[in-house]
Design a binder for this molecule. Structure first.
Ligand code: TRP
Ligand code: SF4
Length: 405
């Protein structure tokens, strides 16, 4: 299944950590996809400032500086606050409440086994990541997702295990708390509403399904339940849970919407990352872009202009694949392999392509740069919308858990 086959009511949720200016790797790897989705589904995108604290708890100024800068990068990329909801995690403490409640029943092993836990500790050796917050952060991410009942989570491959953990957390929650204390009475009330005959048929199918695994009986029953005008959605859902023996679905299991790894590597061919010093920011000076691309390493075999090269060994070629049309690509490949062009010549269309891509981004960012209050207002409005959803889920969660004494 992919996102395009779902209905507009389906909610999409994703977040980014505000730890630095966004670069072209973020744009091609994630943001372009976010922008595409905003016109197809109900999209919620948030600044994951608490997540940033899990690795940057000793450098909060980095986060403070980047919260609104990142939102400007999003707007520059083409996210439109009239089409999607942009918000700030720390303004919605309900995320922390759900995280706490989920943490009670989450086995430590689930978190210790998340691959990013050990990987990141290895990679970020200069930071002490043997913290409770760092271990727990995939569960915080689960809370971020579940609190909006998001169906789709656009993330890179590296985050797929976090979405899997989210699904497990939802399943466990529903299993533990999906039966309200008055579940049986409510089921009976719904059955009464449907009338004697329908109730009898449902009981019979339920028995067939639960005792002999008769899936035809289940499909028929669920079809009937989803069509009947006699029940509201809440009641239908409860009866479906009663039918399957699972209880009511309080938290919805999301799916990862895997975005391909960014096709754009860093200037040196490694993954683009600010910390590797191989990045071009989404909003960068013209002269700095020119200098950076001119200094890009090329195929090491081309020492002299007359040496033939091989594009596949050259990071500039990867940039051509993103920024050049077919005829320019053919010109570059041919010119490289036959020493018909020099490397600086070959890089010029790439420079032109990046500069051209920046024009609309700079234009979109421009009005916000001098009016920071407008950016804050956008985030405030989005946060209010998101908060209403988060609060309504938490009311259900508290009721399901019986925390309403
Ligand atoms: N953990 C994600 C990252 O490091 C950011 C994130 C936090 C997120 N909460 C999320 C992504 C919820 C998707 C959904 O990139
Ligand atoms: Fe790279 Fe182009 Fe030089 Fe070939 S000609 S090595 S592709 S920059």
């Amino acid at each position: 299944m992919d996102a395009t086959s779902s209905t507009p009511q389906d909610r999409v949720l994703s977040g980014m950590r505000p730890t630095g200016a966004l670069h072209l790797g973020h744009y091609h790897g994630a943001l372009k996809n976010w922008v595409r989705l905003q016109s197809q589904m109900s999209c919620y995108y948030f600044v994951a400032d608490w997540h940033a604290l899990t690795t940057h708890y000793e450098s909060r100024e980095v986060i403070a500086h980047n919260v609104y800068e990142m939102v400007i990068d999003w707007l520059a990329a083409g996210l439109d606050p009239n089409q999607c909801t942009l918000f700030l995690q720390s303004r919605i403490p309900e995320h922390a409440e759900l995280f706490t409640l989920l943490s009670m029943g989450t086995p430590l092993g689930w978190l210790e086994r998340v691959p990013t836990y050990k990987d990141q500790q290895e990679k970020l050796k200069d930071k002490d990541l043997s913290t409770y917050g760092f271990l727990g952060y995939p569960l915080l991410q689960a809370a971020d997702i579940l609190i909006y009942k998001a169906k789709w989570v656009p993330v890179g491959e590296d985050q797929a295990s976090h979405v899997e953990l989210t699904r497990e957390a939802a399943r466990r929650f529903n299993h533990l708390y999906g039966r309200e204390t008055d579940f049986d009475a409510r089921v009976q009330a719904s059955l009464d509403k449907l009338g004697k005959d329908a109730a009898k048929r449902l009981e019979k199918s339920r028995k067939a399904y639960q005792e002999t695994g008769d899936t035809k009986a289940m499909d028929g029953a669920l079809g009937f339940l989803s069509d009947t005008p006699l029940l509201d959605p809440d009641e239908r859902d409860r009866l479906a849970g009663w039918f399957k023996g699972t209880g009511k679905t309080v938290l919805v299991e999301p799916q990862a919407l895997l975005t391909e790894a960014s096709k754009l590597p860093g200037l040196d061919g490694q993954k683009m990352s600010k910390s590797y010093g191989n990045a071009i920011a989404m909003r960068e000076d013209r002269s700095s872009i020119e200098t950076k691309v001119r200094r890009m390493p090329t195929d090491p075999a081309r020492i002299k202009r007359t040496d033939a090269g091989e594009p596949e060994r050259c990071p500039v070629w990867q940039f051509h694949k993103v920024y050049s049309d077919a005829s320019t690509q053919a010109w570059a490949a041919q010119g490289c392999r036959h020493a018909g062009i020099g490397c600086l010549e070959c890089k010029q269309p790439v420079i032109d392509g990046i500069l051209k891509e920046q024009v609309p981004m700079l234009e979109r960012a421009e009005p916000y740069l001098s009016r920071p209050q407008v950016v804050r207002d956008i985030v405030d409005a989005g946060t209010d919308r998101a908060r209403a959803t988060a609060r309504s889920t938490m009311a259900e969660v508290r009721t399901a858990m019986g925390i309403n004494y």
